[in-house]
Design a binder for this molecule. Structure first.
Ligand code: SAH
Length: 249
């Protein structure tokens, strides 16, 4: 991601990659880009400057394969790091809609190689879990604490991903009990797997949009517009922090 300058400050070696799954998760960020230009590819990207810093924005679409394709497109276009902002279902029993989980560990809850004696959740041949870049994780924790209202909890924890929208109390409890997950979504651990193969530092922040227990369908659309504003504010705060600047008001 970075090299050290003479002042000891770490410098970005390329544009900051920003990723979201759904249109609502990236459209507000895109509206703040200056000199926005489309970049064709397996996952279309938009290049531009956010508050003066070069960024590449990807709307990856929903699910693990789309997240991996977008990570690859961002890496091929020189992204120095990848930050995912989006929504997720709450998997921690103490967490509620509007709370924030910054991933410190990623697992794929739908991976099942148990027929070969692999533990549940392990993609055969891959690690049991993935970790984000430490510095990006710390930056995201700090930015989330500033961007979100003090009533919201901002916690660091395991994010479980799979190609399933979880809307069942028994299933979300199983995901929590089996993996210790605090949030469940559909892209984070695929980004983690792809980014580790691509050697690109990454981190993921998720605002909890639903309880992943079947009430999701009513909670979910209502929450998206509000989450989009948080995604924009988080993206601006992270870009400012990583580039050493301050986001314009
Ligand atoms: N038709 C919907 C599909 C959304 S899929 C739409 O396009 O509006 C859900 C998205 O939100 C995924 O990107 C996923 O990462 C995240 N998500 C939020 N709550 C989730 C849950 N309970 N289970 C799985 N993913 C969830």
């Amino acid at each position: 991601m970075t090299g050290s300058g003479p002042d000891g400050q770490r410098k970005l070696s390329g544009p900051i990659g920003l990723m979201g799954a759904m249109e609502s998760e990236v459209e507000l960020i895109q509206s703040y880009l200056v000199d926005a230009h489309p970049i064709e590819g397996p996952c279309p990207l938009v290049g531009g400057r956010l508050d003066g810093t070069d960024v590449l924005l990807a709307q990856c679409g929903v699910g693990k394969v789309n997240a991996a394709l977008a990570a690859s497109a961002l890496a091929q276009n020189g992204a120095s790091c990848i930050i995912f902002t989006g929504v997720a279902g709450a998997a921690g029993p103490d967490l509620d809609i509007g709370d924030v989980v910054v991933g410190n560990r990623f697992v794929q809850h739908d991976a099942d190689g148990t027929a070969f004696d692999d533990p549940i959740g392990v993609v055969p041949g891959e690690p049991r879990s993935w970790q984000p870049d430490e510095r990006l994780h710390t930056v995201l924790m700090g930015c989330a604490a500033r961007v979100f209202d003090a009533r919201r909890r901002v916690v660091s924890g395991t994010i479980a991903s799979g190609d399933q929208f979880i809307g069942d109390p028994a299933k979300v409890r199983w995901i929590h009990d089996t993996f210790g997950a605090l949030a469940v979504e559909m892209e984070g651990a695929a980004l983690a797997q792809a980014a580790s193969h691509l050697h690109v530092p990454f981190a993921v922040v998720r605002v909890l949009s639903d309880r992943a227990d079947g009430t999701a369908v009513t909670d979910f659309p209502a929450f998206l517009a509000q989450a989009a504003r948080h995604d924009r504010d988080l993206a601006r705060a992270v870009v400012a922090e990583l580039s050493g600047g301050v986001p314009a008001a």
